[in-house]
Ligand binder design. Sequence first.
Ligand SMILES: [Zn+2]
Length: 307
Amino acid sequence: MPALTTTTIGSLYRFKEDLNESIDDAVRFQRELGVDIVSDGEQRTDMVSYFAESFEGLAIENWAPVVTGKIQLRIKPELFSKVKDLEYVRSKFPELKIKVAITGPTTLGMTCGSRKIRSHYKNIMDFSLYEDIAEALSPIAKALVDRGALLQIDEPFLSQGYKDLEARVRLIDRIAEGLPADHVSVHVCGFVGGHGVVNYLQQLDNISVLSFAFSGTVEKRNIEHVSRAGFQDNGKMLGAGCIAVTPLSEEQINTPHAVADKLREITGKVGRENIAYAHPDCGMRATNKSLVPIILRNMRAGVDLFG
Ligand SMILES: [Zn+2]
């Protein structure tokens, strides 16, 4: 059987001052450490700024995001920063498979609206805020997939649970509407066992991969909330977080043997045929920089050991 495919969740530390050189380094770094499907490493470090530059109704004031009015995409999707970065990566590394992450509506709306909503929306729980964000993200998603990328929609906040959680999850389908489902994934990190979020995600029509974490202290318990039937019966595959991203020292990094054991545990529960790829539990922007290469090296070695 061929080895499991590996990928990253997206963010890495910033490599260089110059953006394009930094993206080059991030891609080469992943390839050298045996990552099959690479990301741009999220070298534009501030996610809120690049959305604020491109979205009407979103601004940065005193270094914090503010919702100033109705949210709409105010540029052509091909001018959105992540689309430009994708085009750059494709031109430099035409042979590589690339996955691009965008922030989902709940996570983006909660991040931007929690400080101040000046007009148009009643408050942070106004569902139309999230519908408008989904609407604005949809042409960006299409532009990314049209340019050959796999799309990952990041929605870490969904693990927290909301009274309208099911409707929030369904907004992901709206973003991915009309796209080939096998190109689209959702990443929800943290503990996903509460609030039925796994079940809601498995009902989505336009998504094929659900990516969860299984390796951190809290994330370990996610194994109890996934099943073979849940994936197979709904035509979904699992992105398996198989190595923790929060070690504080080299000694705390999961070893290749621990990664292989984790993959055995996950495939025992979900079925190897239902695994899309293995990846670290989450992005690694906040991970101690010197530990990041060891994490990726151990993941690769663990995947190879798993066989
Ligand atoms: Zn994550």
